[in-house]
Design a protein around this ligand. Structure first.
Ligand SMILES: [Cu+2]
Length: 146
């Protein structure tokens, strides 16, 4: 009986391993001062319903998920997103003026031409590490999109 149960678990594994999130076009804007938070952007797409649970980078003490909301009087402000859910096959794009990753407590200036690693943790897809290229202070999108 035990052996049969194990076989059933093993047979289910390939399905679990199929949970995959693609992280594309990561980029960050160069920062002028290390004392100001940095901003990074990317696109996420999952093949199943998944949830972003954590963000980590050696480039910053703390990474926050922010959205930008413009109220009726035209004033934009950022607000914190606690959880980000991904719907299957629906890309979520972070971009200036919208959702962004706020890099709090930079360990140094984000210098153009450098890259830094960013680890994203997902409920199902697990940890995904990407290298984030730092573009110019005036960049408005990932390389090739400008
Ligand atoms: Cu922000």
């Amino acid at each position: 009986m035990k052996i049969i149960a194990l076989a059933a678990v093993c047979a289910a594994l390939p399905t679990l391993a199929a949970a995959d999130v693609s992280v594309t076009d990561p980029w960050a804007r160069a920062s002028i001062l290390a004392s100001r938070p940095g901003a990074a952007y990317l696109t996420l797409e999952s093949d199943i319903a998944d949830r972003l649970t954590a963000l980590e980078t050696p480039a910053a003490g703390h990474v926050m998920l922010h959205d930008t909301v413009t109220d009726a009087s035209g004033v934009s402000r950022m607000h914190h997103i606690d959880v980000l859910d991904l719907a299957p096959g629906t890309p979520v794009t972070f971009a200036p003026g919208g959702m962004h990753l706020m890099l709090m407590g930079l360990t140094g200036k984000l210098e153009e031409g450098r890259t830094f690693p960013l680890t994203l943790s997902f409920e199902h897809a697990g940890e995904i590490m990407v290298e984030v290229p730092v573009l110019s202070v005036t960049a408005t999108g990932p390389k090739g999109a400008e």
